[in-house]
Design a protein around this ligand. Structure first.
Ligand SMILES: [Zn+2]
Length: 330
């Protein structure tokens, strides 16, 4: 689905009014009349279309540039708490009142030196209609690292595609949901993870505490390296949707939504299945997916991983896909 900018600018006011006034009325009717039923199918379609219509490649680009401008986001660097606080403040500025730093300790050896350091995941919550023990997660790691031949990550590690793109995806989903006054059935947790590059530390910590608290998840969506796509021809805009033994159905549903709401093509190549933050959730029995651009990124873990090498229109399509899945699962 792709509407022209002109068509969209004409339709937006109507759609915005519709969304602000009519949809809450429909929701109230649905809640009063048949609270155990699914909302009508076309309501989810309207919501997904409105969210997709609000996604802006420029807004994603601005967030990637901002993350890149921090110089380094290496998780052993002194600014690691500052990075997390800055991301939390971004959620607060969008209107998210429930945000927190989720701290945990790591013990690692890096280039022959041992470190015991506090780390900080960032968690922002969009409250649901029902406040129960169920949630959905959209996440991405906010740290970066350099290969040993590429330099010293304590000084510089820009990580635009890896993984400012994932963080910007999470922020953009949060922005368009807030802007459209979207209320999910149960709460959505927007999480950016610390210390992924040192062994998925942030997602191991959060998935363990989620399982301990018997949190039920409708889905966990992980975005890692979702802005590298060197092709102008959209026929070659391919996202790899990685799944796990328990999430094949979730992936098939995601593929249907990708056809409906995005111009993305997709593949399912699970070779990186264990190499990002969705994996610890799958180990805890949660249904998780991992989105990554299909084209191999030649700038991976080098100082050339900068926003100039990113394709933000491609990333915007990945944002639309995340939105549609979260709406579908709620
Ligand atoms: Zn990464």
């Amino acid at each position: 689905m792709k509407i022209s900018d002109t068509a969209f600018s004409h339709g937006f006011c109507l759609r915005k009014n519709f969304f602000h006034f009519i949809i809450p009325a429909v929701l109230l009717f649905w809640m009063a009349g048949c609270s155990k039923e699914e909302p009508p199918r076309n309501l989810k379609e309207l919501i997904s279309e409105a969210l997709a219509g609000s996604v802006k490649a420029d807004s994603i680009k601005a967030n990637v540039l901002w993350l890149e401008s921090m110089g380094t986001r290496f998780s052993l660097a002194d600014n690691r708490r500052q990075v997390a606080v800055a991301i939390r403040n971004r959620f607060i500025r969008m209107g998210y009142s429930e945000t927190r730093l989720d701290s945990f300790m790591i013990n690692v050896t890096y280039r022959q030196v041992s470190y015991s350091l506090w780390q900080y995941n960032v968690i922002a919550t969009l409250e649901g209609l029902v406040q129960d023990d169920t949630a959905s997660i959209i996440g991405a790691h906010h740290d970066n690292i350099l290969s040993s031949s590429s330099g010293d990550p304590f000084i510089k590690a820009y990580g635009a595609n890896d993984n400012a793109s994932g963080v910007a995806t999470v922020l953009e989903v949060a922005r368009v949901m807030k802007k459209n006054n979207y209320i999910p059935k149960s709460r959505i947790l927007f999480i950016t993870y610390a210390a992924e590059e040192l062994g998925l530390k942030g997602s191991y910590a959060h998935s363990a505490s989620a399982a301990e608290q018997n949190l039920k998840l409708r889905c966990m969506l992980n975005n890692d390296m979702v802005a590298f796509c060197p092709f102008t021809d959209k026929q070659n805009w391919i996202v790899n949707i990685i799944d796990y033994d328990n999430s094949h159905e979730l992936r098939l549903g995601a593929e249907t939504l990708a056809k409906k709401y995005t111009c993305l093509k997709f593949i399912n190549d699970n070779k990186y299945q264990k190499q990002s933050d969705s994996y610890p959730y799958s180990l805890k029995g949660y249904q998780a997916l991992f989105f990554i651009g299909q084209a191999p990124d030649p700038n991976y873990h080098t100082l050339y991983d900068v926003s100039a090498a990113c394709n933000f229109d491609f990333c915007a399509e990945v944002v639309k896909l995340n939105c549609a899945i979260l709406v579908e699962k709620n």
